[in-house]
Design a protein around this ligand. Sequence first.
Ligand code: PLP
Length: 405
Amino acid sequence: MKTLYKSSKLENVCYDIRGPVLDEAKKMEAAGSEILKLNIGNPAPFGFQAPQEIVQHISDNLINAEGYIDSKGLLSARRAIAAYSTRRGIRDAYAENVFIGNGVSELIVMAMQGLLDDGDEVLIPAPDYPLWTAAVVLAGGTPVHYICDELNDWQPDLADIRKKITQSTKGIVIINPNNPTGAVYQKEILLKIAELAKEHDLVIFSDEIYDRILYEEAEHVSIASLTNEVPCVTLNGLSKSHLITGYRVGWMVFSGNLASASSYLEGVNMLASMRLCSNVPAQYAIEPALSDDAIIRSHTAANGRLKKQRDLGYERMKNIRGLSCTKPKGAFYFFPKIDTEMFGIKDDERFTLDLLKKEGVLIVQGTGFNWFNPDHFRIVFLPDTSLLQRAFDAIENFLQDYHQK
Ligand code: PLP
């Protein structure tokens, strides 16, 4: 039989969070090793439980969720999303412009497929959540990465953004609060991004899936609340805020100046219709969830699990020679810098593989987030404090005599 090759559309698509290093980890597990998987933001395996009322509500409604529904999603859920958006200061969020999907992941792909022609450029943060870059490439577009500045708390570098806008730029993506850096963007910077978008006719895509995972004084501002002069697409979901990554439920809200976006909306509508509708049972979680985020707030509060884990990891890294880390203000990831000179690191995938093989700890290399240099990695801080101590003991031990040959 002829060899089956993957399509050329996938040639430059890269998603290292579940890439070759994970494949090696699976092999090691199959051979009996215990692997501490800190490569993915999946709260359930670390003992985080979804709010029981929400699970109950889904269960009670299973009987109502047997058929296909409107491809945009349940009207009651879309109304709840529109009301949530209004509470977040988005003035013109209407249920008819809300699309519910199988997680933000599906909607990122849909949003890019619906917009891009070959060669269209999209500005994406570096580091990024790599699905954004992958989705742009898959849709035939060209991702153009703008720098987020580690020395400025990982805020987007406006001068770099400006420099990279061309005639072909169609949109700009922001991830706020950010994965992988944990940055929460300042209002002044968001206002400037909105101005640039207006000046250059760009659609703003704002991935806000961590908008309720904030520590201490951090305040999240939705960029769509700052402008009604450009089209904004705000993406969010319940995976992280309500600890139900497996239920697959997210949404995107189109707001702002949509007068010129009717054809784009028509395209997105068509794509949504082609998959009939998204998972219906999980849509029943949306209405109750959007009026109750007590669980996640309890985890991020002063005495909460996530806050304690963040503080512990941050303190540990301060004392590991060759590592430095900006303190995350949101989400549940660290993106520490490694002193590549000290360890002779030229290839960060090699570095993560070496750590995995020696210590059984799985992390993701910074270049997997489209970061330019092999000098960072991402580690999730979802494990409880004793497991996290073990992870940092292992990393410290590993770095003590690591040198890439
Ligand atoms: N966007 C960001 C920034 C993420 O970190 C993730 C998951 O880690 C997603 C989107 C995907 O979320 P979902 O579970 O809704 O597909």
